[in-house]
Structure formats: structure tokens, C-alpha cells
Design a protein. Structure first.
Length: 200
């Protein structure tokens, strides 16, 4: 079953992981990343006050082509929290059937993380829309697994401007954290980081 964000996220090819984002800075950070061309932003739920940041970003970008979601989503209760905050997609580091089911039932896009083909097919059988391989290892490993996995796969873990193209040769997209966002960076530093990554 497809999702309305399926094609847009594949076209974007990049999900920015905003680990450590402060709610009061969320709108400004979102503006900087969006100006650099980022269309998908994920706030991990193990970031303090993550639902607040998601809600602020969701309000700011409502009705635009910038989409806000959550990462490190581990329970159906957390899925509901993301939905209440206005999130549009759920990304997890692992495969949990109840989390995938809750995400799909809530109308959000589901992208669970897998490390083996067995986990990938369990996620597919549970209704996942897309997959992320985490940790992503090297591009050759992804290419091998992609020979049997029918859903698009995003590579996550250690992606930066220097290896981005290598992973995009074999993966449908990348999730990037410190390579594009540092919560301690100034606005100028963040703009330079984001622009350099997106142009790499």
C-alpha cells in the first residue's frame, strides 16, 4: 500500500535528522534547512521535548512541500504522540510490527530500520512503505541486499557530504544527522553545513 509521501520522499532523497534540536530554535533551523533544499526533517524522539519541536515545525511548514516527522519511534504510544504533534512520517531504528501497524493506521508514512534481509521482509509483511538500512555499513552491502529487497531503501548512519554520492548510487535516499545538523552550530554554520551537504 502506497502513501501520499512515497513519491515526494523518493524525489527528495534526503531526510535531515535533527537530533538535539531545541524547540525554541526549531523554526529558525527549519527555515535554514528548507532554504538549502531539505524537504524532509526528522526529530528523533530521544531528543528532549521532541514532540514540541515537531509541533512547531509542523505548524511552520503546514501546506508547504516541507514535511516533518519523527525518528527513534519505538512504541505505538509514541506513534500516537507523533500524530498529535502533527508529524507526517515515522522512522524507527528497528522492526516492530505493532509500531508499523500503528503508523499505517494513523495515516503516516512508515520507514522502519533493518539490518538483515529477514528483518526487511518482516517489515514489508507488516505494511512498511519504505525501509532504512541501519547502520548502513558500506554501499556494496546495500547493493547486495537490494538485489532481493523489493522496497526502496534509505541508508542511515555515518552519511556526510563526502560519501553521500556513493550511497545514493545504491540507495533510494539517505538519512543524515551530524553531516547536516549540529545543535550547537550557529545559524551561519548551519546554513553552510546544509548547503554544502545538499550541493555535494
Amino acid at each position: 500500500m502506497s502513501h501520499q509521501l512515497y513519491e515526494p520522499i523518493l524525489a527528495a532523497g534526503v531526510v535531515a535528522i535533527l537530533r538535539g534540536l531545541h524547540p525554541e530554535k526549531s523554526a529558525a533551523v527549519g527555515e535554514i534547512l528548507a532554504a538549502a533544499g531539505v524537504k524532509f526533517m526528522e526529530v528523533p524522539l530521544n531528543t528532549p521535548d521532541a514532540p514540541d519541536s515537531i509541533a512547531r515545525l509542523a505548524r511552520r511548514f503546514h501546506g508547504t512541500d516541507v514535511h516533518i516527522g519523527a525518528g527513534t519511534v519505538l512504541t505505538p504510544t509514541a506513534v500516537a504522540e507523533v500524530k498529535r504533534a502533527g508529524g507526517e512520517f515515522v522512522i524507527s531504528p528497528n522492526v516492530r510490527r505493532d509500531v508499523i501497524a500503528a503508523t499505517v493506521e494513523s495515516g503516516m508514512l512508515s520507514m522502519p530500520g533493518f539490518a538483515t534481509p529477514t528483518e526487511a521482509f518482516e517489515a514489508i509483511d507488516s505494511g512498511a512503505h519504505l525501509l532504512k538500512v541501519f547502520p548502513c555499513g558500506n554501499p556494496r552491502d546495500i547493493a547486495i541486499m537490494k538485489s532481493v529487497i523489493p522496497l526502496p531503501v534509505f541508508a542511515v548512519g555515518g552519511i556526510d557530504k563526502n560519501n553521500k554520492r556513493d550511497y545514493l548510487k545504491v540507495a533510494a535516499g539517505v538519512g543524515v544527522g551530524i553531516g547536516i545538523f549540529n545543535p550547537e552550530a550557529t545559524d551561519l554554520e548551519l546554513r553552510i553545513m546544509a548547503e554544502e551537504f545538499m550541493l555535494a
